[in-house]
Write a protein that binds this ligand. Structure first.
Ligand code: FES
Length: 122
């Protein structure tokens, strides 16, 4: 007899926010903390953590430092490799609705792009 394991939900995006870094090199920790709360609330309110979401769930992580250390708070969106600077609670909501849900990055706030490389084909 074979056993089956629960199928884990797909992941559509992983959002990493440098919000309250230990050394506070890149942002006002108060704005960072508010942005983190807005991110948690927005993901919950927009139902982005629902395992049944067809596109996959959205993961979020509060990072101590994303090693860019400028224009923070910084929000990095994978798998797109898009870095947002000057994040605020209001911007978090726009980024969730326009980028994560609709697939349209908020270009005015993008400070860097670093997409995954693709393996060279033979
Ligand atoms: S302290 Fe924010 S990226 Fe380094």
């Amino acid at each position: 007899m074979t056993t089956t394991r629960a199928i884990r939900p797909l992941v559509s995006h992983h959002l990493l926010l440098c919000a309250t870094p230990t050394k506070a090199k890149c942002c006002d920790p108060n704005v960072g903390a508010q942005s983190w709360e807005a991110l948690k609330q927005g993901v919950r309110e927009l139902n982005l953590e629902a395992p049944e979401r067809p596109q996959g769930i959205v993961l979020r992580t509060k990072a101590d430092c994303l090693r860019i250390c400028e224009q923070g708070p910084v929000l990095l969106v994978w798998p797109d490799g898009i870095w947002y600077g000057g994040v605020t609670p209001e911007r978090v909501r726009h980024i969730l609705e326009e980028h994560v849900i609709q697939g349209q990055p908020c270009e005015d706030w993008v400070i860097r792009r670093s997409p995954f490389s693709t393996p060279a084909s033979d």
